[in-house]
Design a protein around this ligand. Structure first.
Ligand code: ADP
Ligand code: F6P
Length: 481
């Protein structure tokens, strides 16, 4: 099989599709989904053809409605796997986001519940049924993220029953925690055993990869003496770090649009004489938004001379709003945001612009472009592509990335950014101050380092590298990694 043939025969599987469907006034409308997974795979679309299977995001009943949704999604090469709303809720909110997500991000206090776990299993089975039907021998199947960790094993069994030989790859878009933390999950063995039915498993950093390898050895007794290779039950599984990225050209093109240039000019005029800090995060505990607002409050306390001269524009993109913990966080952030402006506002203005909504892509690019600093405070984060996007929009200003040491991106961007511990408000305040006061030469040096990294490690390169490695596994299953 040539590389081109393998690309034509590629199936991507993820819970979320590139577009989310909503029913408005009796018709189905689509909008671009937010999140790192969609950003990285959308960048790959430019160079590679594939069919993308996933959950459309709502329950659809009746032949006509199903056909409408299928047509809407087909424009994006996406194929829906329909789920009834109760099952989807228990799978996505109940198990994936309330149990698995916190454990993957080192959050304690998770309570396991069998109901959501059974729903998780069922949804993974339904995905396996659909994919096994359409895959042909030689198809490369690339499964994404923690919602579908049982899929490799379920799929492998179904494909074998049908006599089809396909390569299965799996990429995790979150951290994989250290072994002792993973033990908090009662079904920990099932999930990693299933992942070992893959041919190739990708992580964002070496640390996540090594945590996974060590867990396979300690929990399952898998043999892991050869680097990047896991031998378990007569299977040889390869694993590696694949650096995920963005499509920087998309930002350059957007910033060159006349309307966006106008918008940038207007914003620059509005904030003339002020320092602007930007933050863009899904409203999620792992993004450390509570810590960010508290750190910013400390920074304002520490720098009274900056009164009316500094502004934090924080976009908190709505996310997982049916989960209790996310609703509570929303309330907490509104309170802290109000507190900060109540405490530091003057008749001339407020130091915080907190927006709890999704903003259009052009506006996002304009905000990145006008900011002197981008402040990202994740308590844990698989990679954090917002940090890449900020860099892609800073060709003119050479703004500074102030980045939590717990974002996966900090592994690669340390040299070009200012790093801090997100739980330490004093350290955060100092990091913001340093970021705002770097001299031109140092800002340029840091920017160029980050620009080269972002331009080299694009989403297209990430995808092509993974697919090429998976295609090698398909040709020579069982060969050394
Ligand atoms: P996560 O995957 O946890 O959400 P990342 O920082 O890796 O975090 O990725 C977030 C992605 O979501 C970025 O690519 C960002 O541009 C994108 N995004 C943010 N707001 C929107 C929006 N309104 N519409 C579409 N994508 C958005
Ligand atoms: O970064 C992890 C991740 O689950 C991505 O897969 C996804 O893009 C993002 O978080 C948003 O999650 P959701 O699909 O729940 O909106």
């Amino acid at each position: 099989m040539t590389s081109n043939e393998s690309k034509r025969n590629l199936i991507i599987v993820s819970n979320r599709l590139p577009v989310s469907i909503k029913r408005v006034d009796g018709t189905y409308q689509s909008s671009i989904s937010s999140g790192g997974l969609v950003t990285s795979l959308s960048g790959l679309c430019k160079s590679t053809e594939f069919q993308w299977f996933g959950w459309p995001g709502l329950e659809v009943k009746g032949t006509k409605d199903i056909a409408d949704v299928e047509v809407t999604l087909s424009e994006h090469h996406a194929i829906p796997i329909f789920l009834d709303s109760g099952l989807a809720h228990e799978h996505y909110n109940g198990f994936s986001n309330r149990i698995l997500w916190p454990i993957l991000h080192y959050q304690s206090g998770v309570i396991f519940d069998d109901g959501p776990w059974q729903a998780y299993r069922r949804v993974n089975e339904l995905f396996a049924d659909s994919i096994a039907k359409v895959a042909e021998s030689g198809t490369l199947i690339w499964v994404h993220d923690y919602h579908l960790m049982l899929l490799p094993e379920l799929l492998r069994a179904r494909l074998q029953q049908k006599g089809k030989h396909c390569a299965i790859g799996f990429s995790l878009h979150t951290p994989f925690p250290a072994g002792d933390f993973w033990r908090n999950l009662p079904v920990r063995k099932h999930l990693i055993e299933s992942l070992l039915a893959s041919d190739l498993i990708g992580f964002h950093t070496d640390e996540y990869k090594q945590n996974f390898i060590d867990t396979c050895a300690s929990l399952l007794g898998a043999r892991t003496e050869i680097p990047n290779q896991i031998q378990y039950k007569n299977r040889l599984v390869c694993t590696d770090k694949f650096i995920v990225g963005i499509d920087p050209q998309k930002f350059t093109d957007t910033l060159n649009q006349p309307a966006v240039r106008e918008r940038i000019k207007a914003l620059e005029e509005k904030y003339r004489g002020m320092k602007v800090i930007v933050g863009v995060d899904r409203l999620d505990h792992i993004k450390g938004l509570t810590q960010k607002l508290k750190g910013y409050d400390a920074f304002l306390d520490d720098h009274p001379e900056l009164q009316n001269k500094v502004l934090l524009i924080q976009v908190a993109v709505p996310s997982r709003e049916d989960v209790k913990e996310y609703k509570e966080l929303d309330t907490e952030l509104n309170t802290i945001a109000g507190m900060i402006n109540g405490k530091h506002a003057t008749p001339e203005g407020t130091p915080l612009l907190y927006m709890h909504r999704s903003v259009p892509f052009t506006e996002l690019a304009a905000l990145y472009s006008i900011a002197d600093v981008c402040l990202l405070t994740s308590t844990r984060d698989g990679m954090n592509l917002v940090s890449f996007e900020y860099v892609a929009c800073q060709a003119e200003r050479h703004g500074v990335l102030v980045l939590s040491e717990f974002a996966g991106a900090a592994t690669f961007m340390g040299e070009g950014s200012i790093s801090f511990h997100p739980a330490n408000t004093t350290e955060m305040s100092e990091a913001i101050s340093k970021g705002l006061n770097l001299d031109d030469a140092e800002r340029k040096r840091k920017y160029e380092y980050l620009r080269d990294f972002v331009n080299k490690n694009t989403s297209a390169r990430w995808g092509e590298t993974f697919i090429e490695r998976l295609s090698q596994r398909c040709k020579r299953p069982g060969s050394p990694c």
